[in-house]
Design a protein around this ligand. Sequence first.
Ligand SMILES: Cc1ncc(COP(=O)(O)O)c(C=O)c1O
Length: 467
Amino acid sequence: MSGEALLLVQDVWDSDPELFELIQKEKGRQLYGLEMIASENFTSLAVLQCLSSCLHNKYSEGLPGQRYYGGNEYIDEIEILCQKRALEAYRLDPAEWGVNVQPYSGSPANLAVYTAVVEPHGRIMGLDLPDGGHLTHGFMTATKKISATSIFFESMPYKVDPHTGLIDYDMLAQTAKLFKPKLIVAGISCYSRCLDYKRFREIADENGAYLFSDMSHVSGLVAAGIIPSPFEYSDIVSTTTHKTLRGPRAGIIFFRKGVRSVNQAGHKVMYDLESKINQAVFPGLQGGPHNNAIAAIATALLQSMTPEFQTYQQQVVANARQLCEGLQKCGYNIVTGGTDVHLVLVDLRSAGITGARAEKILEDISIACNKNTVPGDKSALNPSGIRLGTPALTTRGLKEQDIDKVVDFIHRGLQLSKEVTKVSGPKLVDFKRVLKEDNTFVQKVHQLREEVEEFSRNFPLPGYPDY
Ligand SMILES: Cc1ncc(COP(=O)(O)O)c(C=O)c1O
């Protein structure tokens, strides 16, 4: 075979062993570690097969039936199938809701929503990032506009009550009256309670604002019907498809159609979201849709309508509750005192551990999670909590009794971090140095890591066996 032909047909392990070795190392990390990052999951073989299919090759700018390129007969069918399943999965009437399945991911989806319905420098309100919101809900600090959603739009955050950790809806209602936002975002990246969409709707209505629900974190739970759905009260709903929904890394936007309201003269005011949102996605912000991802969303949505998926989501929540109770029994404080969903936020202040140290030591023992601010934290740079989620572990088949074991590993890791701190003093660099150089700790960490990995490797990973 000629060299030129070889380039096209060789397996990646033959053509690029250097890269393939890194992919395999990552596979090993996923297999031997405990993945507790709340926004992650292990997607199915079917989704991975769509992602690496021939659909990747095709350009199809525009919507089904209105493409800028030829050859889109089957691509159109795939996108229409995906749209249909998206509406079915969330039990939506196509007369009332439309959907765009082209967003490349969650952040572009959200930017498309604002671009569609809020004029430049128009006003939006979202849950503050340190209180559990997402960057794309308008995040900025006192000195810097961080997210483009705060650069191109004027954002005002709402907050959680620092004592209860629960969203302060009264404060949101008061501030919204003053700020008069064009759009209010109901959505979370780190909040362990169900949202009160009815209350959000009332506040939006008091101000003539759109209610935009970003259900990215909980869209799998919503599809399974085990937590309240945002659709009843929202004008627009976005989601990523790779978190609890367990699909590919991509995004979806749902928008209302039909009558928005009836004015004082008795005339119907119609929604005009469909063309605005479709045009914001393309040509406003994106080019060619990722057809491989759209097919993968379609197949993930098909899975989401099965009884097995519902059982999976129930187990996700049962595992999160078990995790929460287990940690509470070990004496840890859980923000809001519990969880209704797939994640828990652990407040480590009373345990005398910082979020960064906890994240570091858990990473060293092969448990992946992230440090997170907790209500009342003085500095977002030095957060006092960790966020732990159960979607990925549940996909691997862990049940409540396995979560008890996980709690034990976490507790032992956190206790060890206290021992290290006694030697290192308060600075994180010293903590890391002691962890790396002090032989006693090196050994203790090694031992615990071996135990975690021994445990973890018993639970299979979906996908291809070796990569
Ligand atoms: C609530 C929420 N919205 C949007 C996003 C952004 O998604 P992506 O990372 O795919 O851009 C995230 C990601 O974590 C999220 O938690």
